[in-house]
Structure formats: C-alpha cells, structure tokens
Design a protein around this ligand. Structure first.
Ligand SMILES: [Zn+2]
Length: 344
C-alpha cells in the first residue's frame, strides 16, 4: 500500500475553495457578482453559493479584501457580509497591491507580511464580526515567512501550496510538491490538489484541480484516488468568475459543477467540508505519513477534455486533432496489417 496510515481512517474531506476577486482590469459587479449584460440571473458568487446550498453543503470563499482601496470599501465589505450571512466560510485572500507596494505577499519581508495579513484579517472581522481562520496568497505567492505570519496572528491554515500551477509557487521550494496536508508550526498547510495528466517514465505534465480546467471525469478520477490513498483533503479551485466567460454564462462549467455536487453526494468515503471544518477535524493521527504517488488521469481523459473544449484555445484544438490523427493512424496500420495477413 502506498500510504502508511497511523490512527483511525477518516473520510476524505472535499473542499470547494473560491478565490473572490476582480481581475486586473475587471469590475467587481461582473467578476464577483456575475452581473452580465442581457442576463437577469447573476453568475457570480451568489450562483456558486446557491448551487452549494442546493446540496446542503458550504464552500470556502477567499476574499481579496485589498480591493477595497481600488473599488471602495462598501463594495468589498458588502461581498464579505453576503458570503458570511449565508453561512459560508469566509477567509482571507491576499493580492496586496492596491494597499501595499507588493505584487504578492511573499514579495514582502516578514514584518510587512504580518502587517498585510493582520490588516486583511482585521477588515474581515470588522465587516462580519468573525475572525478568519485561513489564508490563501494571491497567485499562490506564499513562502515560509507567510506561514509564520499566519501563525503569528493566530490563523489555523494556509491554502497557498499549489503544486499543479503554471505560475511560480515559492512554497514548493520549501515544502516540495505534495497533495498531503501538513502541519508547519501551528498552521495546517492544505494544498490545492494536483495530478499528472500525462506521465511517461520520469517525465510528467502537472495540472491543478480546477473546475474550469479539469473535466468531470478527471475530478472524479483524482477524488477516487484520494479516497483510496486515505488523503484527508481534496481541494478544488474556483474563482468568483468561474461561471461566466466573455460576458456570458459558462454553461459547460455550470453543468460540470452541478454534476460534481450530485456525484459527491452519492460517493462513499467522502464528505464536502469547508476549510474551517477541515481545521476542526484534522488531527495528526488522521494524516497518512506519506503519499508516494500522484494520480495520473492519462491520455484518454486528457484527449476527452480537449475534445469537449476543442474550440477553447489552440492547445485543446491541437490535442483534439492529434488524438484523432493518432486513432486514424492506428486504425490504418491495423487495417494494413490485417490485409497483409489475409494475403499470406
Ligand atoms: Zn487571486
């Protein structure tokens, strides 16, 4: 068995984490609330919360509070209250630029990191009356000083380790790549789950578990692997703008999310939790000592995803066509061999 378990085995906790933020040149009305021209329904955080609530579960919403300096405190505080009032887990997301001279929190020295995180946590508490317990760095730019800063202000968890991201993740240099929750000082580091979409020998292609970038089949495959391995958490990434694209509802992602909720409800060995609930349930005894494998979803699922999204970017089109050419080539080769065998 790949996992060495100590203590009792617990259900794998599946966490929907939503980064709530406006894009660089975006507007909170569209990027956070999902107000789209020509559509009465909203396709932002209210839609995501509504879908979670329909299945009697809650999500964790990491709010970029520093946007208050750019879009006004009324708008950002209103978002915080909206999430908190519906019983979801409201936590801190740090894109400090509007208030501090740093792109990511890890770009700041330790003392400034403490100041940034402390200010963010204070704003959330001021707006909702509840102190946050967790942090996620914007663009996953967290380092060991970030974890120490979280600890110094009493946060229980950080969710910035994202081994499958294409951006540079400083924590990877310190902690390595892993899907396993770890205790660093007094802070739980809860990674965003990642997988290999393709693996040949020592070469592999990594991918983050993201509702927009992963197909339903891939998410199911990775989740089943996590349950088999006894992993305490599976953490999937969403953004407040995940349900819309180019000013229109993103129906394929909405359908995928809905199907995922339904599937999770029926699946054994797994329960949907928030990061706050994960912190309450995690103990050293429930964590595998090591996980020696990363799930690999493989060629077929990668091709399937590309086929479903063939008109969304050149990479998908390339993989979809390459797969069709590959199947055609294999079919022709088999037909040729068959004909030759019939001749002799
Ligand atoms: Zn962000």
């Amino acid at each position: 068995m790949a996992v060495d378990l100590i203590g009792k085995r617990m259900k794998t906790m599946f966490v929907f984490t939503v980064d709530v933020e406006s894009r660089t040149h975006g507007d909170p009305r569209s990027d956070i609330l999902g107000i789209l021209p020509g559509y009465e329904e909203r396709y932002g955080i209210e839609k995501i919360m509504g879908m979670l609530e329909a299945y009697q579960v809650r999500g964790t919403f990491f709010l970029n509070v520093y946007e208050a300096a750019k879009h006004g405190e009324v708008a950002v505080a209103g978002t915080a209250r909206l999430i908190h009032s519906r019983g979801h887990d409201l936590e801190l997301h740090t894109h400090p630029r509007p208030m501090y001279p740093y792109y990511g929190v890890a770009d700041a020295p330790f003392e400034d990191q403490v100041a940034i995180i402390k200010e963010g946590a204070s704003l959330l508490q001021e707006w909702t009356g509840k102190k946050p317990v967790a942090h996620r760095a914007g663009a996953f730019r967290a380092n060991m000083d970030t974890l120490r800063a979280c600890e110094s202000i009493g946060l229980l968890a950080d969710c910035s380790l994202s081994p499958g991201s294409l951006v540079s993740v400083p924590l990877i240099h310190d902690l390595g790549v892993s899907n396993l929750v770890r205790r660093i000082g007094k802070v739980w580091e809860i990674p965003v789950t990642y997988y290999h979409q393709l693996r040949v020998g020592r070469w592999h292609s990594k991918r983050i578990l993201d509702i927009e970038g992963s197909s339903l089949l891939e998410i199911k495959r990775v989740t089943r692997w996590a349950v088999r391995q006894g992993l305490p958490t599976v953490c999937v990434l969403l953004h407040s703008f995940s349900l819309s694209r180019h000013g229109k509802p993103n129906w394929s992602v909405i359908r995928r999310l809905s199907s995922l909720f339904k599937w999770l409800q029926e699946e054994e060995g797994i329960e949907v939790c928030t990061i706050e609930q994960v912190c309450q349930q995690l103990t050293h005894d429930s964590i595998p000592l090591s996980v020696t494998e990363v799930p690999c979803t493989g060629l077929l699922l990668t091709w399937n995803r590309a086929l479903l999204a063939w008109n969304d970017g050149w990479r998908n089109l390339f993989v979809a066509i390459a797969g069709i050419i590959g199947i055609a080539a294999v079919t022709l080769a088999l037909a040729y061999l068959g004909l030759r065998m019939l001749k002799y």
